[in-house]
Write a protein that binds this ligand. Structure first.
Ligand code: 1CP
Length: 345
């Protein structure tokens, strides 16, 4: 391991230790908003790109070179481990993950076999190469959380209301728990592959879990997110837990066991710190749409995020969700510099 890595501002903030400046990275920093990404991706399908280490390394590095962010996020997708165990799915441009046969009965759930490291040699290869190339900059590995993965599998694709998902959760809880159990096993194995190959932190994306009420989170989701964070503890890398629309879930997400809780733009970070409770760092939470406004607006709102973030025991600056495709990369470059500058101590 690179000796400077442990002292990187990102890892220090995750561990709630003193930082030279507030670390910055952006969810979805690699990809769609960068011209250099569109150039290297031209003619290669998304899932093919994810299984091609040279491309993964190049795309992961692009925002690090361009913005000087404090962490890299591994270029992949939350459905890659499901594809790797044989689920017939694709990522359709402009749509997202689409599953050929939605999973809605016990027989389909039984086909979700555990993931072995040998199923994803290209992930081990890409992470190993990246950790060399990144030097002192940490690499964040990631996975989709069981609820968010379950939603894609049950609905068959992106969904607004998650109707089939909730229909199984409430109407067939036995099936629901069996599905969540299998997805938890797969997710843990997938995250361990990335950490074993050298990822310095792991983020669990539960993007769509904001659709459930706190009591349902507790009954239908928490047992699985808790099992994932407990299972990762022995790896010794910071664990980040993120979802969208989770204002009312922050206190129960705080119980799931992550070191860092990601917050979307709807809850100010000082309030989020109270909801999540002691012993956690926070990550977030500028509204990604603010980047579409003039720089003067971005600057003022970014300052407010940095100030509210001082209420947290550790703060990693990020957006409240992913970079929007139409974002001007120059805004992200300026934002990175600005946050570094105003938070320098
Ligand atoms: O910085 C990066 O872009 C890192 C790579 C990354 C990550 C972290 C990609 C590449 N996907 C993800 C995670 C991911 N994928 C999440 C969790 C984060 C989030 O909430 O944004 C989710 C929900 C997905 C599912 C997914 N994959 C969607 C969303 C669809 C929906 O339901 O609205 C989409 C559009 C994809 C495809 C995808 N993943 C990544 C890219 C660059 C793309 C676009 C595909 C292409 O270029 O053809």
């Amino acid at each position: 391991m690179n000796p400077q890595l442990a002292e990187s501002p990102f890892l220090l903030a995750c561990r709630r230790q003193a930082v030279p400046h507030t670390p910055v990275w952006f969810m979805r920093q690699a990809g769609r908003s960068l011209p250099e990404y569109r150039k290297v991706r031209a003619g290669t399908e998304m899932l093919t790109a994810c299984a091609t280490p040279d491309l993964v390394v190049e795309i992961t590095m692009q925002p690090v070179r361009r913005y000087g962010v404090d962490a890299a996020i591994f270029f992949s997708d939350i459905v890659v481990p499901l594809k790797a165990i044989g689920i017939d799915l694709d990522i359709k441009p402009g749509v997202g993950p689409v599953v050929a046969e939605p999973i809605r009965d016990a027989a389909a759930i039984e086909r979700l076999r555990p993931l072995e490291p040998g199923d994803v040699p290209y992930i081990t290869e890409a992470v190993t190469e990246l950790t060399k190339e990144l030097g002192p900059t940490p690499l964040i590995g990631f996975a989709g959380a069981p609820f968010t993965l379950a939603s894609y599998l049950i609905e068959g694709g992106p969904s607004k209301n998650h109707d089939h998902t909730k229909s199984m959760m409430y109407g067939a809880p036995g099936l629901w728990h069996a599905l969540m159990d299998r997805l938890t096993t797969i997710t843990l194995a997938w995250l361990k592959v990335q950490a074993d190959a050298g990822a310095s932190a792991l983020q669990l994306f539960d993007s769509w879990v904001g659709a459930v009420a706190p009591r349902d989170y507790r009954e239908f989701v928490l047992p699985y997110t808790s099992r994932i964070f407990a299972g990762l503890e022995e790896l010794g890398v910071p664990r980040v837990h993120f979802g969208v629309g989770t204002g009312e879930l922050l206190h129960v997400m705080g119980e799931a066991g992550a070191d860092v809780v990601g917050v979307d733009w709807r809850v100010p970070l000082d309030e989020a710190a109270r909801r999540v409770g002691a012993g956690k760092a926070l990550q977030g939470n500028l509204d990604p749409a603010i980047l579409l406004a003039p720089w003067e607006v971005v600057r003022e709102r970014a300052r407010a995020v940095v100030e509210a973030g001082r209420a947290a025991e550790g703060h990693v600056f990020n957006l409240g969700h992913g970079v929007l495709p139409s974002t001007d990369p120059n805004q992200l470059a300026r934002l990175t510099d600005y946050v570094h500058e105003i938070s320098a101590r």
